[in-house]
Design a protein around this ligand. Structure first.
Ligand code: URA
Length: 433
């Protein structure tokens, strides 16, 4: 077999066989196939797409390119959750504890942030002492003991995706549905859970800019999960504005703790309750969405979800006093209020622009080597549908480096106001299964 012939087949829209896809992924991981041929093949996929069968085979080949985690020693149905990423997305820090507190084992491998989106691992590392690299045996033991572990991806998981993603990043082949779907699902499937809940976001702060594309991506991933015998469902949620009010690592952890204490922002809580209800059904704890929601709400009222987070933090070497007393988190030197220069209803709020401001304050990475300042970020005082008076605070900026006029302008320009009434947007459009 020759790679050049397979590139040509995909370029001409001819379906590849399972053996041919195996040849490509295996050859690429073993470095028999060079980056330039892989780039050409992935670019051909961007133009021609892949069939359902090819996408499922590609995912399976990527999944088996490295370790596949064996979670069979964990009792119960393990449900994993994955978000396609957004700004202010601290869902895992709320959803993990409320679902775990209902007795569902949550064994989650998360990622770091890059660019305008934050990563769960970076957020968790704002808790002093907490470590995220845990070996497989301890991971299994922790989930059996306290139903919840959120750790970094093992170095040997899905090496094909690591190589392909790095190449996609520099060859303009990231935004391509079959490549995104196989990238996400191969990692989720290699991480070993029995069922998967995907949160596919659309809008300014998300990979998918339109709801139509988000649904196509979700359906593609559900088909891959189903073809491999895993119950896979997806929430389609709106990321046209940040989720919740906090953007930035420790600020987001504190907002998640507030939510577990019963006073978090409505949009974050609602997303967690709706996604969590499906996770309880996937784990066969109930077959009723109404009962599932009630079970999850009870974990907040009884504080059992907060205790689940404390137990996880402690098991991973972190200081759980920070969870009980979030005022202990290190604070930025200054909090600067950015005030509106106009009045009106907030019509649009550019999530990506605000994510980038947080990154530039030091809260995120421009390159994978950058260090993160966990204490900085933004607290939004106004969101879409709110009325703003002139001089009212739009955003509180938590900073260790002041606030340049350029950054202040970026914040002001992220807010679009109108005189006409604007209703608050729906967060979840649909749940697909
Ligand atoms: N997240 C992933 O893991 N892979 C992609 O291709 C896009 C988002």
């Amino acid at each position: 077999m020759r790679m050049v012939d397979l590139i040509q087949k995909t370029r001409d829209g001819i379906e590849l066989t399972d053996e041919e896809i195996h040849f490509i992924i295996d050859g690429y991981v073993k470095e028999d196939i060079p980056d330039y041929q892989m780039s050409a093949w992935m670019m051909a996929i961007c133009f021609q797409g892949l069939s359902k069968k090819e996408t499922a085979t590609l995912t399976k080949e990527m999944m088996h390119s490295g370790d596949v985690i064996d979670l069979s020693a964990i009792q119960g149905i393990k449900v994993d959750k994955h978000s396609t990423g957004g700004v202010g997305d601290k869902t895992s820090l709320v959803l993990g504890p409320i679902v775990a507190a209902c007795g569902v084992p949550v064994a989650k491998m998360s990622g770091r942030g890059l660019g305008h989106t934050g990563g769960t691992l970076d957020k968790l590392e704002s808790i002093p002492g907490l470590h995220i690299m845990i070996d497989e045996d301890d991971f299994v033991k922790q989930v059996n003991d306290c139903h919840l572990a959120i750790i970094g991806q093992s170095a040997h998981l899905d090496p094909a995706d690591k190589k392909m993603y790095a190449l996609r990043d520099v060859t303009a082949t990231v935004s391509c549905i079959p490549l995104i779907a196989s990238s996400i699902m191969s990692k989720k499937l290699a991480a070993g859970s029995d069922a998967i809940l995907l949160d596919v976001k659309y809008g300014d702060g998300a990979f998918m800019k339109t709801i139509e594309d988000a649904k196509i991506l979700a359906r593609t991933m559900i088909e891959i999960g189903d073809s491999l015998g895993k119950d896979t469902r997806a929430t389609i949620s709106n990321m046209s504005q940040p989720l919740g009010n906090a953007i930035g690592n420790s600020l987001e952890v504190r907002e998640a703790i507030d939510t577990l204490n019963g006073h978090g922002p409505h949009d974050l809580l609602e997303l967690c309750l709706q996604a969590g209800s499906h996770m309880l059904i996937q784990a066969k704890k109930t077959d009723s969405l109404i009962t599932a929601r009630k079970m999850l709400e009870d974990t907040i009222h009884s504080k059992s979800a907060l205790r689940a987070l404390c137990a996880m933090v402690k098991a991973q070497g972190g200081d759980d006093e920070y969870i009980r007393h979030p005022e202990m988190f290190e604070k930025a030197k200054e909090v600067i209020a950015v005030r509106s220069i106009k009045e009106g209803y907030v019509k649009e709020l550019e999530a990506m622009a605000l994510g980038l401001v947080s990154m530039k304050l030091g809260g995120g990475r421009q390159t994978t080597e950058d260090e993160i300042d966990h204490s900085v970020g933004l607290i939004l005082n106004k969101k879409i549908g709110d009325y703003v008076k002139k001089d009212e605070v739009l955003v509180y900026v938590h900073t260790n480096t002041g606030l340049s006029s350029a950054l202040k302008d970026e914040i002001l320009n992220a807010y679009h106001l109108t005189d006409e009434f604007v209703a608050k947007p729906e967060l979840i459009d649909e749940i697909l299964s």
